[in-house]
Write a protein that binds this ligand. Structure first.
Ligand SMILES: [Ca+2]
Length: 556
């Protein structure tokens, strides 16, 4: 029999502290498959598993029919993940007028496919990307937060990524752009399932902020030596230095740094060239992949719109340094989608575009992006941090111009793409997979999601739980669920006015959800983050990178 914890036991720091002692009931296998699931999914599957299993038969028939008319192959997948744009910013002509940022190509993509109106991500870059790649809440893989300089950590080789799953089903795989999964060899994309990858090992704090130009724009303070003289500095290693920039690598090979000579200073011009290079490379990859017999998975993760120096001439009415690059990126997306058409790939390619988290609100006011209907942004568990635009197109299969109000989490795309690729058998069965198969939602339309919940973490800490239209901000230890802040996000999208009328009944239900989640963690503990020596596997490390690594090693 299930042992009940006392009602006030569970407010929660999952991961760092194990909350629920006692061996509790084992989580029940889902009615639909043998993948290890979170307790909350199993709770839903116990109510709907039979219906889902029946529906899966017709979904399987549809997917088989598609493959038959496509020469026996599942579709190509082109997945575009852009950085730091809040829900409502793209895909919407009215908002284009309101904000002065024209996203006409994304708007067109939205019209040609399904708009996922309630896509949840993690609150920042690294965790969202881990969730997509592994189908798991990042904490389960030991991934907690964004890292800027050397850490000797990254996505562990033991994690099974989507490209690794798809490769087993015969896909060719390429990655272009931001990666941000660590600075150790095992975490690099060409060691995590991609046949070929071009990527910066770190992210935009280094690439677009640690420059003279960003200092002169007053957006990076105290970093560049030209900005200040101070004879009292003793530590010459306080400011990051010698960081590796853009790499390219092939599966099984070493990586090579591109476009930076020993002793050369990284500049805004390098950053712009890097972005232009990635755009050219994604077009080139698309062309190369289209010439092969097997289907492809092409991942394009641009660094834009993040940018911190004003251009010579703005192209948007808005003119903010993020807004302007968002509009530029929109034209690049238009160019990529035109290439899809030109190569005759439109009918056979699933195209998805979304953002990884809400805006970088820290630069709100000058970046040109602003908090829209939802409050908050990057790094926060508020809706503004974890709700993003998401559009998916698959002509003839996903209804053009459709929309879905159902809850989807970014980890669901791992499981869903695997299903679409006929690769579900290669999803690992020895660890928790949070990603829910949303193929029914895509093929049968809204109302067919298999989740109505999301656990929202900030780093290792569970900060809120979303269920249906309600959201509980996890209360301080000792505060009973019935007194916790619970919001109805349809009525209060900015999460400003918790209503006791919401909490008095739902507090107990949210507490049960927290327990179901915690019990799953107890049964399937988090796996460790990958550890290693930073910058291994790079064949042309500059002397300054070797030095920064030696200094790092000297005190670790
Ligand atoms: Ca981001």
């Amino acid at each position: 029999m299930k042992k009940r914890s006392k009602l006030d036991i569970g407010w929660l720091r999952i991961g760092a502290v194990v909350l629920f002692a006692s061996g509790l009931a084992s989580s029940k296998a889902s009615a639909t498959d043998d993948i290890v699931r979170d307790g909350e999914y199993n709770f839903l599957a116990a109510q709907h598993g039979d219906v889902w299993a029946e529906q899966d038969k017709s979904i399987d028939a549809k997917l088989a029919e598609y493959r038959e008319q496509n020469g026996g192959k599942p579709p190509n997948i082109l997945y575009i993940l852009i950085d730091d744009v809040s829900f409502g910013q793209m895909g919407n002509r009215a908002m284009n007028y309101v904000t002065g940022i024209d996203t006409q190509h994304v708007n067109k993509l939205a019209q040609e496919g399904m708009s996922l109106m309630r896509m949840y991500t993690e609150p920042s870059c690294t965790p969202t990307r881990t969730a997509f790649l592994t189908g798991r809440h990042p904490v389960r893989a030991g991934v907690e937060e964004v890292k800027v300089a050397l850490v000797g950590e990254g996505l562990a080789s033991e994690e099974v990524t989507l490209p690794e799953v798809l490769k087993q089903a015969g896909y060719n795989t390429s990655h272009v752009g931001k990666w941000h999964q660590g600075d150790i060899e095992q975490s690099y994309p060409h060691n995590q399932g991609f046949d070929w990858a071009a990527f910066p090992v770190h992210q935009q704090v280094q690439l677009s902020l640690m420059t003279r130009e960003a200092m002169q724009a007053n957006n990076m303070l105290g970093f560049h030596p030209s900005g200040q003289s101070n004879e009292f500095h003793i530590d010459q290693r306080f400011r990051p230095y010698g960081l590796v920039t853009g790499l390219e690598g092939e599966a099984g090979g070493t990586a090579k740094e591109i476009d930076l000579q020993p002793g050369e200073e990284w500049t805004q011009a390098h950053y712009e060239r890097m972005n232009e290079r990635y755009q050219a490379q994604v077009l080139e990859q698309l062309e190369n992949l289209s010439q092969k017999d097997d289907p492809f998975f092409l991942q394009y993760w641009p660094l834009y719109p993040l940018n911190f120096a004003y251009p010579e001439q703005a192209i948007s009415r808005n003119g903010g340094f993020h807004a302007d690059k968002l509009q530029l990126l929109d034209t690049w997306i238009g160019e990529l989608l035109a290439k899809v058409d030109e190569l005759g790939l439109r009918e056979d390619t699933v195209v998805m575009l979304m953002a990884d988290n809400g805006l970088m609100y820290h630069y709100e006011g000058t970046s040109g992006l602003s908090q829209l209907i939802y409050r908050g942004g990057k790094t926060q568990h508020l809706e503004g941090g974890v709700r993003t635009d998401a559009f998916i197109r698959w002509p003839g299969v996903i209804e053009a111009g459709s929309a879905a109000g159902d809850i989807v989490h970014v980890s669901d795309m791992f499981t869903t793409f695997a299903r679409i690729a006929n690769a579900t058998d290669y999803i690992p069965r020895d660890r928790v997979i949070d990603g829910v198969d949303q193929t029914a939602l895509l093929l049968e339309g809204e109302g067919n999601s298999r989740r109505d919940y999301v656990y929202v973490y900030e780093g290792p800490v569970l900060r809120s739980i979303v269920k249906q239209e309600f959201k509980m901000h996890m209360p301080a230890p000792g505060v009973p669920g019935a007194a916790a802040p619970v919001f109805n996000i349809l009525r209060d999208p900015r999460e400003e006015n918790p209503q006791i009328g919401n909490a008095l009944w739902s507090g107990a239900s949210f507490q049960d959800m927290a327990k179901r989640h915690a019990l799953t963690i107890e049964k399937h503990p988090h796996l460790p983050l990958g550890k290693g020596k930073p910058y291994e596997g790079i064949e042309n490390l500059r002397p300054e990178s070797i030095e920064t690594r030696e200094v790092f090693d000297s005190w670790h």
